[in-house]
Write a protein that binds this ligand. Structure first.
Ligand code: NAP
Length: 248
């Protein structure tokens, strides 16, 4: 029986790369998306084309109803979840803090903090040996922004990732004895479409000179770190926050 992995926000970018790599490592993958069903189906088709197992599940993981629907669909279509990758995340147009309104702050915190918390809750309810589960792994996709603060661009986003880091540490300690490892990866600037949401599609090229390695990162380089944390090579990694950011 294949182990089941849920990757939130797997229709594009880092999540799509995690889903593709997970399938080659033998996971049956739930490819979650919010609205781009076509992109999610392309990820699923590519996995199936290589003999892997995947399903696409549309669900807004910034809402509790969406998260409950996502986990029920996974239970039904693939079986009990063994790995959760809390990858879905958003940022909004670059601006200074004094320009931000409450609605924006709530959207960011809902998508980047409340959503991952509730996904983790659903995963723990299914994985924890305390509840009769078989154990499992959770990987949170944070950001180097949690350390850097993103001044003048999106301090709200950076703060949401700081919260995710703290959740990683606390939850790892809370469920470590119940067969669940919880870790995070903090990517630096990676070539994906997220930067267009910030209003600067070519941001990675602009900031590359500031990165000690002198370049932006590729989604495959983040996926490799996520899959390592999920793997049996990382059985003593718990509460770890792994920077994969070219040294920044
Ligand atoms: P992306 O290219 O913009 O892709 C975002 C993905 O998340 C899409 O699959 C999107 O689905 C999905 N998504 C967004 N909101 C969702 C929701 N409410 N419910 C379900 N799915 C949702 O983003 P990315 O750059 O790959 O980023 C992935 C993660 O890495 C995020 O947490 C981000 O903060 C983090 N990160 C990225 C970078 C970077 O430089 N790219 C750096 C550090 C951290 P649809 O296709 O349906 O819209």
């Amino acid at each position: 029986m294949k182990q089941v992995m849920i990757v939130t926000g797997a229709s594009r970018g880092i999540g799509a790369a995690v889903a593709a790599l997970a399938a080659t490592r033998g996971y049956a993958v739930c490819v979650n998306y919010k609205s781009r069903a076509d992109r999610a189906q392309a990820v699923v088709d590519a996995i199936r084309g290589q003999g892997g197992t995947a399903v696409a599940v549309g669900a807004d993981v910034s809402t509790e109803a969406g998260i409950l629907a996502l986990f029920s669909a996974t239970d039904r279509e693939l079986g009990p979840v063994a790995a959760l990758v809390n990858n879905a995340g958003i940022l909004e147009t670059q601006m200074r803090v004094e320009q931000m309104d409450a609605a924006r702050l709530q959207r960011i915190m809902q998508a980047n903090v409340v959503g991952p918390f509730l996904c983790a809750r659903e995963a723990v309810r299914r994985m924890s040996k305390r509840h009769g589960g078989a154990g499992g792994v959770i990987v949170n996709v944070s950001s180097a922004a949690a350390r850097l603060g993103s001044p003048g661009e999106y301090v709200d986003y950076a703060a949401s990732k700081g919260a995710l880091d703290t959740m990683t540490i606390g939850l790892a300690k809370e469920v470590g004895a119940e067969g669940i490892r919880v870790n995070a990866v903090r990517p630096g600037s990676i070539y994906t479409e997220i930067h267009a949401s910030g209003g600067e599609p070519d941001r990675v090229d602009r900031v590359a000179a500031r990165v000690p390695m002198g370049r932006g990162g590729r989604v495959e380089e983040i996926a490799a770190a996520v899959l390592w944390l999920c793997s049996d090579e990382a059985t003593y990694a718990n509460g770890a926050i792994l920077d994969v950011s070219g040294g920044i």
